[in-house]
Design a protein around this ligand. Structure first.
Ligand code: NAD
Ligand code: UDP
Length: 306
């Protein structure tokens, strides 16, 4: 697994080790940490390797989950050239590895490939509306190019590929300073600081709890031969940022006030996955309601936020 020491990767490592897989976790620790996988370090089924996926990797594996890539706007905009390289060179290197060892390979793509969408909810057949030259482009276009590479390796070399488009996911082990809305609101609420609403707060997102997402990734890896995706994975429950703020304030019993700030450029106005394909092919749907997932996430942040 690349990016295995990150938020999603560390949960996926745990899930796979618990199912008796041998897991090689490859990470350069840009946004991930050893702490995220420290519970696994003594397990003989788990191996941790510091490596940057923009460089070739020679190992022997049967399955590859390619998750390496910073995912939050603050982190992926910190070194945008490296972000594109991680998606594009990282995909080329991991596809090359999959080709050499004949491994099945899954790409963690993103709802960002739809950009600021005119089609709502988003279906896999929609090609998206992405700005190629904006501050989010290093991530969005990097991920789009990675999808292109996956499908060209499939067409040209008959690689066994699986592409998952992940919608906003939250849960324990999110980075407290990564600027994503769920972690920001919870940390602000717990510290009694103002809740920062960008724009008028009427933009929407659909939030999936991490356990549901991991379930979908594992199902996709084991889906029928010939099913490549792309497949949307997320929770269709759609909320405005104002509704999310209200939820977080209530569940954390916080008295923080709302503070309105400018909307970042190219911020999508709405996002909601159509997950009928995942239901049909993976027999999957999210089970955790936003309120329950937020309670777990708030409990996690209470332990790490002073
Ligand atoms: P994260 O930042 O916590 O994890 C990314 C991991 O990749 C980190 O451990 C980081 O150190 C590692 N990494 C970054 N660049 C690397 C490189 N060049 N070489 C090796 N390792 C590298 O983010 P996350 O939320 O866990 O996201 C995991 C994947 O899922 C990403 O590919 C992301 O694009 C995708 N995704 C996540 C979400 C979400 O809501 N969390 C939504 C859509 C897609
Ligand atoms: N957002 C916000 N306040 C914050 C952080 C984010 O209102 O403190 C908004 C942001 O403008 C966006 C939404 O929340 O409209 C989701 O942002 P996030 O960065 O979590 O994910 P993405 O935009 O990549 O979906």
């Amino acid at each position: 697994m690349t990016g295995g020491a990150g938020f999603l990767g560390s949960h996926l490592c745990e899930r796979l080790v618990s199912q008796d897989y041998d897991v090689l976790c490859v990470d350069n620790f840009f946004t991930g940490t050893k702490r995220n996988v420290e519970g696994l370090l003594r397990n003989s089924r788990f191996e941790l390797m510091r490596h940057d996926v923009t460089f070739p990797l020679y190992v022997e594996v049967d399955q590859i989950y390619n998750l390496a890539c910073p995912a939050s706007p603050i982190h992926y905009q910190f070194d945008p050239v490296q972000t594109t390289k991680t998606s594009v060179h990282g995909a080329i290197n991991m596809l090359g590895l999959a080709k050499r060892v004949k491994a099945r390979i899954l790409q963690a793509s993103t709802s960002e490939v739809y950009g600021d969408p005119e089609v709502h909810p988003q279906v896999e057949a929609y090609w998206g509306r992405v700005n190629p030259i904006g501050p989010r482009s290093c991530y969005d276009e990097g991920k789009r190019c990675a999808e292109t590479l996956f499908f060209d390796y499939w067409r040209q070399h008959q690689l066994d590929i699986k592409v998952v488009r992940i919608f906003n996911t939250y849960g324990p082990r999110m980075h407290p300073n990564d600027g994503r809305v769920v972690s920001n609101f919870i940390v602000q609420a717990l510290k009694g600081e103002p809740i920062t609403i960008y724009g008028d707060g009427r933009q929407t997102r659909s939030f999936c709890y991490v356990d549901d997402l991991i379930d979908a990734l594992v199902r996709m890896m084991h889906s029928r031969e010939g099913f490549t995706g792309p497949v949307n994975v997320g929770n269709p429950g759609e909320f405005t940022m104002l509704e999310l703020a209200e939820f977080v304030l209530k569940l954390s019993a916080s008295k923080s006030r709302l503070e309105f700030k400018p909307l970042p450029s190219d911020d999508p106005r709405q996002r909601q996955p159509d997950i009928s394909l995942a239901a049909q092919e993976l027999d999957w749907g999210p089970k955790v309601a936003l309120a329950d997932g937020l309670k777990e996430t708030i409990a996690y942040f209470r332990k790490i936020v002073a």
